[in-house]
Design a protein. Structure first.
Length: 265
């Protein structure tokens, strides 16, 4: 049986959908049967990140309401053999869903796929609860700034109260040169704020914006780039011990040593 991993954030603009699409692609590239679910009913955009917006006929409301089966709502990626996608409805709120059928939906996906990644809307609204109630693990995506971390901390508390056993942090759009200049918070301080293990650190990389524009989450893996960071996160989700990569920028040796120590915990 697979596991359901919710990807959440306290506020918008942290790159949650970017992470979901690229880590999903990385897992599929590693040979893992993976499905990405857009949990943001009414404001879906994961389909755009995957280049599948023109392929949507049915969404998960059709399955939960009993008008379609699982094969009807699954959309296969045109880029990767092992990657599938399930769209969110544009007008049906998740509060209208039957709870038993909702649980069946997530369970059937877990029975069929090794990884089920749910891209939840920011905050703690209905779309978040739609996936969070059934999640085995959670990834909290945050920027290295006080407001983003404060909102993320509220999400962590809710997930822990719900009994989610594994909750881990991904820091996105990190620029080591700004950390050195004390314009951006360092990783140690971010981890101290949330008190949860760190799963990955994504460097700022213009190639990510290009891949999102093209609707293709498959990126060339270069040393120190975001593509390598996404792949490393996928490997860690599999349970592998992966050392922290060298960003290849001007950060000081002490900074790298501290980050590597965090990953070694």
């Amino acid at each position: 049986m697979g596991k359901l991993v919710i990807i959440a954030s306290g506020k918008g603009g942290t790159g949650k959908t970017t992470l979901a699409s690229h880590v999903g692609a990385a897992l599929a590239g590693l040979g893992r049967l993976t499905v990405l679910v857009d949990a943001d009913a009414g404001f879906r955009n994961l389909d755009i990140a995957l280049g599948l917006e023109s392929s949507i006929v049915y969404d998960y409301s059709d399955y939960i309401n009993g008008t379609s089966d699982l094969d009807d709502i699954l959309i296969k990626s045109s880029d990767l053999e092992n990657l599938y996608f399930v769209a969110a409805p544009q007008s049906v709120p998740t509060t209208d869903f039957n709870e038993e059928k909702t649980e069946e939906f997530w369970q059937n996906l877990k029975n069929r796929f090794e990884f089920v990644l749910a891209d939840a809307p920011a905050g703690m609204g209905d779309g978040f609860m739609f996936a969070a109630k059934y999640a085995d693990e959670a990834i909290i995506v945050s920027l290295a700034e006080t407001s983003s971390l404060r909102d993320a901390d509220r999400i962590v508390s809710v997930l822990e109260d719900m009994g989610t056993e594994t909750v881990r942090l991904v820091l996105n759009r990190i620029r080591p040169e700004l950390i050195e200049r004390k314009i951006m918070m360092n990783v140690d301080d971010c981890v101290d704020v949330l008190s949860i293990p760190i799963l990955g650190i994504i460097p700022e990389d213009e190639n990510v914006a290009e891949s999102m524009l093209k609707g293709c989450p498959v990126m060339e893996t270069t040393e120190g780039g975001a593509a390598m960071a996404f792949k490393n996160i996928a490997l860690r989700l599999e349970g592998n011990q992966v050392p922290m990569m060298d960003f290849g920028s001007s950060e000081k040796k002490g900074f790298l040593s501290r980050i590597k120590a965090l990953f070694g915990k």
